[in-house]
Design a protein around this ligand. Structure first.
Ligand SMILES: NC(=O)c1ccc[n+]([C@@H]2O[C@H](COP(=O)([O-])OP(=O)(O)OC[C@H]3O[C@@H](n4cnc5c(N)ncnc54)[C@H](OP(=O)(O)O)[C@@H]3O)[C@@H](O)[C@H]2O)c1
Length: 383
């Protein structure tokens, strides 16, 4: 039997696939958007090369993966009947990580997050009725807590329907959590809510640059329109993946919802910029009363077609999450991981920033290696 994983061509999903390959023995049923089997394998290679050399990747794909070429926004993922049936028959748990993070598009969030999650939940119901579902894990976000200011939020205090949300992403992710609870009451289910996922505490390489680029703009400013002692809840992708994989694979979890965050251990802006200054970056002056004129300038710049415009446009969508001075209690996940807390952002921020700037905020992806390899990978698939 296999774990059905969505989002493995994305940033966090690649970490989940890599963690499951390296630390566990289960096969994976992967939902991948692609026109052909080879395109699907090449897309997986693009995301998984952050974790493996090609030979190791090829072995995992050949022995432990079955690819389902489908789309979350199509009924039954747009799979032919026999493929969908195979998915139902061969999956015994679900890890739903895919989503649209397009905070500006109500339409994208509605389609991918709401309609897409409903499709995954319907799959869960079919597996549950047929043979029982071991676990349904859903990757959510701390953004479901809605508008907040100067708070430490605990898991059970997050959902407050009377509260406004910052954007369609947060609103749709909040309703996804609701659907999971309402429609899968009889299934062991776990909701994971990562905070701002930024980089890897073990290495500088990343394939996701949006938040890094926003931070890079901030790190280049001589005057920061922020309060120096505000905390920002950042967590590295390696910690998030370890938590999700470990808890998904446990026989039983202590809770049904986990913040994957730095919590009260989150650093202040001053701690982060002091650490960057020790690496030679200019130490900024903090001037929080510039916040309103700054966000006006960011709005104006975000319409410009330049790299500054792109950075400003990213800052604009992330801004509410940078000034809310709100952190998410992580004592549940720390206990579940035997006391392990996430690495502090300041310990790996500089290598991440240097890698991202050197590569102009693009991952220097290696292409699919060679003809012979294509044949040997396509030769077999997981049982
Ligand atoms: N990154 C963060 O800071 C952060 C923080 C909190 C929570 N999260 C949550 O973590 C999860 C993963 O985020 P991420 O940062 O890894 O995002 P990402 O890199 O943008 O990956 C998104 C994944 O979803 C897939 N997807 C999107 N639309 C799809 C569709 N219609 N059909 C099938 N697959 C589709 C993408 O496939 P394609 O490759 O085909 O586009 C991709 O594999 C999300 O649930 C997000 O809400 C992320």
């Amino acid at each position: 039997m296999a774990i059905f994983l969505t989002g493995s061509t994305g940033y966090l999903g690649s970490y989940l696939a890599a963690g499951l390959f390296a630390e566990h023995r289960d096969s994976l049923n992967l939902l991948v958007r692609a026109k052909s089997e080879q395109e699907a394998r090449e897309r997986l290679w693009q995301s998984l090369q952050l974790h493996f050399e090609f030979s190791e990747f090829r072995d995992y794909i050949a022995t432990r993966v079955r690819i389902f070429r489908g789309d979350l926004t199509s009924e039954r993922f747009g799979l032919p009947d026999d493929e969908y049936q195979k998915l139902v028959e061969t999956s015994d748990s679900i890890l739903h990580c895919a989503a649209s993070l397009n905070r500006k598009s109500e339409k994208q969030c509605l389609n991918v997050n709401l309609r897409g999650s409903l499709e995954v939940i319907q799959l869960a119901r079919r597996i549950q009725s047929r043979s029982g579902l071991r676990r349904y894990s859903h990757v959510s976000t701390v953004a479901v807590a809605g508008t907040r200011q100067d708070e430490v939020v605990r898991e059970d205090e997050s959902i407050d329907w009377a509260r406004s949300d910052y954007d369609p992403y947060a609103r749709t992710k909040k309703f996804c959590e609701h659907m999971v609870h309402q429609l899968l009451p009889d299934v062991p289910r776990t909701l994971f809510r990562p905070a701002i996922v930024l980089g890897d505490s073990r290495k500088p390489e990343t394939t996701q640059f949006d938040m890094v680029q926003a931070f890079s703009v901030l790190a280049s400013l001589p005057v920061l329109p922020l309060r120096a002692d505000d905390r920002v809840d950042i967590v590295p992708a390696d910690y998030v993946a370890k938590a999700v994989v470990t808890i998904h694979q446990k026989e039983s979890a202590a809770h049904n919802t986990y913040h994957l965050s730095s919590g009260t251990g989150s650093q202040t802006y001053r701690e982060i910029t002091d650490a960057l200054a020790r690496e030679g970056l200019r130490k900024p002056v903090y001037f929080s009363s510039l916040g309103s004129p700054f966000s006006g300038t960011v709005n104006w710049l975000s319409d410009k077609k330049s790299s500054l415009g792109r950075g400003a446009s990213l800052l604009k969508v992330f801004w509410p999450y940078l000034v809310w001075n709100t952190v998410f209690d992580n004592s549940r996940v720390v206990a579940e991981l035997g006391g392990e807390a996430p690495a502090k952002f300041s310990t790996y921020a500089y290598p991440l920033l240097r890698f991202s700037r050197t590569n102009h905020f693009r991952y220097p992806a290696k292409p699919w290696p060679m003809e012979g390899a294509t044949r040997s990978v396509s030769g077999s698939s997981a049982a």
